[in-house]
Design a protein around this ligand. Sequence first.
Ligand SMILES: [Ca+2]
Ligand SMILES: [Ca+2]
Ligand SMILES: [Ca+2]
Length: 512
Amino acid sequence: MKLKKKPVVKISVILLMFLLTSLNFSGNAKVLNLQADKIMLSERATANLANRVMVLVDKSVYDGIKNELNQFSEDLAEEGFICEIYPKTIGYSGWDSPEDVKKFIVSHSSNLAGCILVGNIPIPEYRVEKGYMNQPETFPCDFYYMDLDGNWTVYDEGGNSFGYYYTIFCNHTGGNGSKAPEIWVGRISPSKWIGDKISLLKEYFNRNHAYRVGSLCRPAKALLYVDDDWAKYGEKYKSYLKNIYKSSFITVINDPEKTREENYLNNLKKEKYEWICLHAHSSQLQHNFYYSNHTKWDSLTSWELRKNYKSAFFYDLHCCEAIDYFQEECIGNLYLFGNTSGLIVIGSSKVGGMIDDGKIFYEKLKSAACIGDAFREWYSLKGVKYPSYCYGMMVLGDPTLKPKKDEKPPSVEITSPKKGYLYIFGREICPLSTDKTILIGSCILLVEADDINGISHVDFYVNEELKLTLKSKPYQLDLKNYSIGWYDINVVAFDKFGNSNSDHIRLLLINS
Ligand SMILES: [Ca+2]
Ligand SMILES: [Ca+2]
Ligand SMILES: [Ca+2]
């Protein structure tokens, strides 16, 4: 039966009078633990960390990305960095060689946390006499820019196809300083092969901004993907990742017959993970995944990574040569620019990588202010000791980033009954001229709660007493057993990181 409007209004007036004269009125229940987003304005300053960041920009791309770089600089300032941008011509009239660039960095190194190299900044190379298979190896080595006071012997130098002088270094010693790095370095340089350089750089800095302000986000989940030759170390590697991700938020895939190209790609395409750690045999342009008892393999090439997947933000590649900058279209660079979410890629330009499989890096990252700081510490403690295995380790992307802790509370709302409405037997009748709700007959209270990292549970308080805890949907409380009277109902939703948020309703129940 459809109720006519007039009698309902009469009922609401009568009930309103009851409402206003009610002795039970006790005001709003307190809001529990409502958290706001935090911005740590001077985290680096209070922690007494070096806080200058220099962005060295290839002049040929600078004009096209000026606005994005200014935004980047403002974003870094919000996080306690002082960001300085230095555009310069690459070649004879500007930065012509790795030594030129290094000289510039050293002469501006006071309170310097790190450098970000944008565009075709000269690539230092290093030569080890006994590299892979005990043979000499020469490879890109940005570590040369990270160590500001050690001694690097020139092995060879000359003109190269990039239009500046190449320099190959060897025999790195502490000299009058130390072999350990003083700063971190990150390289952001798309190749023409991937797409239009200016557009790719704009997109990179735009998503960097989006990540910082929270509009680009993923669940705090990591994928640890380990191919056959390291499969048995899956749990060990997971224990490293546990420094930054909750155990239940780390997916380990290490079944040798499962770890294959297609399976990896399917995981890569999901917007499920924030961090991907991959252990797989690789070369500059591909990963190889073994199967069929290690007798066959299939390959994922960098070509296949040019598909604009909305993949993870952070990549830790335990993959030989994945960041070999002799190939600008190396697979590492495709993780950074071949999709719409790459922010940082850590990997090696040579055969080898992190000799401790990242143990120290992840331990440091737990408390480090940014990935760059943890990476620099890993080099100091591990990398410097093993030139022939570790000196190819580099970071592509912006090392000031770090996976965010989830400090954002979930959303929670009592969607029914609505505040300030009259209900008869659960049916919404009309709004009242008050924010209190009146229920004639029983009703089910419905709550919607959501969070990027999932809801742990929802608590229902009735007149400040915890009546119900629900760990899964639907989040609802049936009021049928409650007798006539006034009720303050507070619902508190918790996400899986312990952040909470609440909603409240005060209602009059007229029940039989
Ligand atoms: Ca040093
Ligand atoms: Ca496999
Ligand atoms: Ca959250």
